[in-house]
Design a protein around this ligand. Structure first.
Ligand code: HEC
Ligand code: HEC
Ligand code: HEC
Ligand code: HEC
Ligand code: HEC
Ligand code: HEC
Ligand code: HEC
Length: 318
């Protein structure tokens, strides 16, 4: 009896291993253009939504439309800028011709300059704002700009030219990974730490559907901060163990009308799973003997400072 159970479990594991569509050996990065052309017919929603996301615009050429900063009292002149990092949802950074970060980051909300060290963007930044970038060559082609389709689906040269029957086996499909490895595909960039050799602020050479810890040492941040949602999820036992990973709450292609690519408005995103113990935000907060602060969402108390820990509850006072 025991033996058959072991066999059954092994068979399931083997089946899952076969079913997972991992990154394809020997393929190279080709850029987004072909994906958008070919997938327009069958995945019109993805093709329409994606180019508008922050991902698609994570690195940009400097134009007056793109640059959010005010240069009246700036720490450098506008003509020094060769590249812009990020759309400026909260902040925007600028690079010079040597790919050094210029010594000021624009705080979009406070409308002021924040000091920034003139670090080398090649080792400290670019691996997370591009696709297929190699820090050794420092070469940055237009087709590498932004978090491209291939950053989450793997290099696609073989897929682009595959026969019809080989299409699915030549591309990585994250929904076929385990929840933990699906989260790691986002964790490539939404993490705080260093590459194993300590030289880069990002993982280089990471293969989708493998353990991120093989190429990246997570810093396990304990203070709030930006782009460390995966580092925080690793420290969030209940959600992590239950497989509540990024894609349960965020649409990877931005095919949603919500801020932060959330699948639904915040409270509804949480109530997808918590309806049995949390019938509504009002009843829940009352049951916990608190007052509901004006405009509060589940995130107000369970994600203080935007943190993705979901363990500490901080009820705002007053
Ligand atoms: C020459 C046309 C063509 C190009 C170029 C192409 N694809 Fe595909 N792709 C297909 C076809 C056909 C399928 C299989 C049918 C389907 O599900 O749409 C497919 C399947 C996929 C799947 C699996 C879909 C599923 O249902 O599970 C993904 C993911 C994918 N492609 C992503 C990409 C990405 C990313 C790029 C660009 C790097 C790309 N494709 C470029 C034609 C193309
Ligand atoms: C190659 C690195 C990289 C990968 C991989 C990546 N991201 Fe991002 N993500 C970024 C960067 C960079 C930004 C900020 C871009 C900007 O502000 O212009 C961002 C922004 C976001 C935002 C904010 C969007 C908004 O409009 O406010 C969300 C949510 C997000 N990512 C979720 C995810 C999820 C979920 C995954 C995995 C499915 C993922 N990311 C994979 C680099 C990455
Ligand atoms: C480990 C990956 C990684 C590295 C390295 C990295 N970034 Fe980012 N960056 C991200 C992600 C992910 C986001 C979006 C995260 C978020 O909104 O919390 C982001 C967002 C940003 C933003 C927009 C912030 C906002 O919220 O509007 C700026 C500006 C930025 N990065 C500049 C830089 C600069 C400059 C460097 C190098 C000094 C750098 N990044 C290094 C991953 C990275
Ligand atoms: C930030 C990561 C990320 C980026 C960028 C991204 N995808 Fe995906 N994609 C995913 C994930 C994760 C899934 C699995 C579906 C899910 O869980 O929602 C997926 C699923 C898909 C599928 C299968 C859809 C289905 O209905 O089964 C296709 C096709 C696809 N992506 C194409 C693309 C194309 C084309 C691009 C670029 C225009 C792109 N993706 C960019 C993460 C990404
Ligand atoms: C249980 C749901 C849930 C999960 C799982 C989740 N998020 Fe979030 N995320 C949210 C909510 C809700 C917000 C908005 C928080 C707020 O309003 O303060 C958010 C905000 C964000 C932002 C925007 C930060 C900013 O201020 O610009 C990024 C980036 C992000 N999440 C990335 C991720 C990544 C990457 C993962 C996986 C490692 C992930 N999230 C997992 C619910 C989730
Ligand atoms: C995909 C399902 C799912 C979604 C979406 C989800 N959760 Fe959870 N959540 C769980 C599960 C499963 C647990 C662990 C089981 C338990 O202890 O009840 C959990 C546990 C929790 C806990 C208790 C943590 C602890 O350490 O005791 C909190 C708080 C929580 N979730 C808040 C949220 C918030 C806030 C959101 C929305 C931003 C959210 N959840 C979205 C499934 C989900
Ligand atoms: C005003 C603050 C506040 C808001 C808003 C809030 N909660 Fe809570 N929540 C609490 C408190 C307090 C606890 C008890 C935590 C503890 O004991 O550490 C709690 C506990 C929980 C738990 C753990 C299980 C339990 O019942 O103790 C879950 C799950 C949860 N909340 C989900 C949610 C969801 C989903 C929303 C949004 C619909 C939400 N909460 C909104 C304050 C809040």
């Amino acid at each position: 009896m025991k033996l058959t159970r072991v066999v059954a479990v092994t068979a399931t594991v083997a089946l899952l291993a076969v079913a997972a569509h991992s990154q394809v050996d020997g393929a190279t990065y080709t850029g987004n253009r072909l994906c958008l052309v070919c997938h327009r017919a069958n995945h019109a929603k993805i093709v329409t939504a994606y180019p508008k996301t922050a991902h698609a615009r994570a690195i940009l050429k400097p134009t007056d439309e793109v640059i959010k900063a005010d240069f009246t009292n700036a720490p450098f002149t506008k003509d020094k800028i060769t590249l812009v990092l990020a759309t400026g949802r909260h902040e925007q950074a600028y690079l010079d011709a040597d790919l050094k970060v210029l010594p000021g980051v624009w705080d979009v909300d406070a409308k002021k300059w924040l000091p920034h060290e003139p670090v080398d963007a090649v080792t400290e930044c670019l691996g997370c704002h591009t696709t297929g970038f190699n820090p050794e060559t420092r070469e940055l082609k237009d087709s590498m700009f932004g978090v491209g389709c291939e950053r989450c689906h793997g290099p696609a040269s073989k897929h682009n030219t595959a026969k019809k029957e080989d299409r699915k086996s030549t591309i990585a499909i994250p929904s076929s990974f385990t929840p933990a490895l699906q989260a790691a595909s986002c964790g490539q960039c939404h993490s705080l730490g260093r590459s194993k050799d300590g030289k880069l602020a990002y993982p280089h050479g990471y293969r989708l559907n493998t353990d991120l810890a093989e190429v990246f040492t997570d810093a396990r941040p304990t203070k709030p901060g930006r782009n460390q949602q995966y580092s925080e999820m690793l420290q969030s036992p209940k959600h992590w163990q239950a497989g509540v990973v990024c894609e349960k709450c965020h649409d990877p292609h931005g095919d949603t009308a919500q801020p932060y690519q959330l699948v639904l408005p915040i409270n509804e995103t949480c109530l997808q799973c918590h309806k049995t113990t949390v019938p509504s935000i009002e009843e829940h907060v009352k049951a916990k003997k608190h007052a509901l602060p004006a405009g509060a969402t589940c995130a107000t108390c369970h994600m203080p400072d935007g943190r993705h820990l979901f363990d500490k509850t901080i009820v705002p006072q007053g």
